[in-house]
Design a protein. Sequence first.
Length: 295
Amino acid sequence: MSSSVSAKASSILLPVCLLLVAMVSIQSGASLAKSLFPLVGAEGITTLRLCIGTLILFIIFRPWRMRFSAGTRLPLLVYGLALGAMNYLFYLSLRTVPLGIAVALEFTGPLAVAMFSSRRAIDFVWVALAITGLVFLLPLGDGVNSIDPLGAACALGAGACWAVYIIFGQKAGGDHGPGTVAVGSLIATLVFAPIGAWHTGAALLNVDILPLALGVAILSTALPYSLEIIALPKIPARTFGTLMSLEPAMAAFSGMIFLGEHLTQVQWLALSAIIIASMGATLTIRPKPRIESLP
């Protein structure tokens, strides 16, 4: 009995560790990306990450073997556009908003998707808790600790795109499998890379930036996506959702360690409220039952 329990625990421990490494990788990549803003700007690093990340994803998933039917193209297109807009707006928000707060605001997107899937009384507790956290994070007032309104709006916009990314990603992924992320990344690159290149100009041609941009693409795209693909089939969905709820905290610590961004006590409390709301939603929300169509 003890050996079977030990084996079960170890089988869950590995994917949990992989997901934690993936989260650390993503936030480390975001910190590295923000440190490059003085050189190429938010638009430039978006372009470099999309271009290099797409190339890596194509090598990993080889999507040229995929087949596309007319009925599956629209979800894939919307998924790719949402992916590009999410990255673009998130990096724009990082210009003026601390990393931890930007991720917390962005996290309202997937939280909203979870909230809209249920209508039980306990779910409104998580809604109230998330709203309370947002009230203390959003730029209310002109104090020294207030958040830039435009940066906050970009982070919330990235969250809205994240919600669309989840909804259409489920449909596109069901149609095309893991290679969906590579095709979606290509769509995002074709739309948003020219915009970033136009904003940035000749600075993108600086070869000294390429090793750092490669690091951003690996840390923010290739490594976490690969680790998640390995871990997801071996871990319960609720465990995955609960771990993902830690993302804002990971971002806050990453910003503090790598960027010197220190949050106030009120901001930490607000961030904690959003994390608890996300964890609660993951653990208690039940999807609304589907209404089967009559024959």
